[in-house]
Design a protein around this ligand. Structure first.
Ligand code: NAD
Ligand code: DAU
Length: 374
């Protein structure tokens, strides 16, 4: 049995990951550690926690006592570190929080893993590691910075982060690499492009646009809407991590993960508008979700778009070259964007209670503050 400590699994990708793993591996045990910040929602994972194959611990990755206790009690042989402050806009408002969680938290997890996984020292004073252990860091393409209109990020692209968020993620990656280089720790890193899919918090572009349409609000597009992101369906990201942590040859490696699916933000926003409009035509029941019912459905069109003040330091374009993970491990994405986006939008239409749950508290205040001067 593989015992995996998954941090941040009450958030978007972590929750999808544990569901993916539990559905595909009979012999996996998952221990979730999550602080349940504004981005973590216990209800997302409540049905997965059975005290047999899946456990939940409410705690902070920065808290050494907490992570130590988890290692003593559950003896994980793999850590998959999703826990992070993940939103670029928030990092511009409060950089220090990102430094604490994303850098110090990762370093504490590395230290705890080292304390529990090192079994002794060899004659040269080098740590001897327990067999078959792995520390996996979930990273991002944003550590590479921004591209012009040509080219792709490869694993050899120099790190050049711009936002406080990406600077904290790059620093965490370097700590992971430092533990491998200095202590011989078995590690791996994946750097993925923008994910989309179920359970995505509505502060991020796609779920924000869906939610605003359903609430009859304007759709804020930063700058002129021509910034490019490279979108990947979340389950394909989960599949990549599963392959990496289960492949001995992936030890010590960094892999870029992406599906060659570049889109300008404005294209995404128009596509979401069109898709919701069409779904409302096909299924009139969905119109009941709108404040103005049938009348509201007729107003779902591009006139909802409003161009607003740009994000500070806004990276122009991200695009991933995933050929290393395809070549080495045989990973390829399975979900075509045209299918994934409809599936995602349909999920949001069918799960209004989840959205209302995560947007009713701090989110309203956040939205007002973040968008009031734009
Ligand atoms: P998210 O914001 O939806 O979820 C983050 C989770 O971490 C939440 O459940 C939150 O409660 C938890 N958390 C935050 N601080 C914590 C702490 N100190 N201790 C324990 N738990 C804590 O994030 P996401 O979008 O699911 O991203 C997950 C990871 O994947 C992040 O590391 C992010 O950098 C990376 N990533 C995200 C994307 C993307 O498109 N969303 C792409 C590439 C990489
Ligand atoms: O590339 C991977 C990264 O993708 C992850 O590391 C981050 O955790 C994740 O949040 C995401 O970062 P982005 O900044 O690319 O995602 P976001 O959804 O915030 O924005 C996507 C694009 O849409 C970006 O160019 C900014 C723009 N945008 C965003 C919002 C929230 C808008 O135009 N309007 C908006 O209201």
């Amino acid at each position: 049995m593989k015992n995996i400590l998954v941090t941040g699994a009450a958030g978007f990708i972590g929750a999808n990951f544990i569901k993916y793993m539990l559905a595909r591996h009979e012999d996996v045990k998952i221990i979730i550690l999550d602080k349940l910040t504004y981005a973590g929602n216990f209800k997302t994972i409540a049905d997965d926690i059975d005290g047999r194959r899946c456990f939940f611990i409410h705690g902070d990755i920065c808290d050494e006592d907490c992570t130590d206790r988890i290692f003593t009690e559950h003896e994980p042989d793999c850590v998959v570190n999703f826990a992070a402050e993940s939103h670029v806009d928030r990092s511009i408002e409060d950089p220090q929080l990102f430094l604490k969680t994303n850098i110090l938290g990762t370093q504490n997890l590395l230290d705890t893993s080292k304390r529990h996984w090192v079994t002794g020292k060899d004659d040269n004073g080098r740590p001897i590691w327990r067999k078959h252990v792995r520390f996996h860091q979930v990273s991002t393409d944003e550590v590479y910075g921004s591209l012009g209109s040509e080219g792709f990020f490869t694993e050899n692209t120099p790190l050049c982060p711009h936002s406080p968020y990406s600077a904290s993620k790059a620093s965490a990656d370097m700590f992971v690499q430092a533990y491998a280089d200095t202590y011989g720790m078995p590690v791996s890193i994946t750097r993925c492009s923008n994910n989309y899919g179920p359970y995505h918090f509505p502060e991020k572009l796609i779920p924000l646009i869906i939610n605003n349409i359903l609430e009859g609000k304007k759709l804020p597009v930063y700058g002129d809407g021509t910034n490019v992101r490279d979108w990947l369906y979340v389950e394909d990201h989960c599949k990549a991590i599963d392959m990496v942590i289960n492949s001995p040859e992936a030890e010590g490696q960094t892999y870029n993960v992406g599906g060659h699916n570049e889109k300008q933000n404005i294209e995404i926003v128009k596509l979401v508008i069109r898709t919701i409009h069409d779904l409302m035509q096909q299924n009139p029941e969905y119109r009941r979700l709108l404040p103005d019912g049938d009348k509201g459905a007729d107003l779902i069109n591009d006139s909802l778009i409003t161009f607003v003040k740009d994000r500070l330091g806004h990276d122009k374009r991200y695009a991933i070259d995933p050929s290393k993970i395809t070549r080495d491990l045989g990973w390829t994405p399975e979900t075509r964007f045209e299918d994934g986006i409809v599936k995602t939008i349909q999920w949001y239409l069918d799960n209004r209670t989840w959205v209302e749950d995560v947007t009713k508290g701090e989110y309203r205040h956040y939205y007002e503050q973040m968008y009031k001067d734009r």
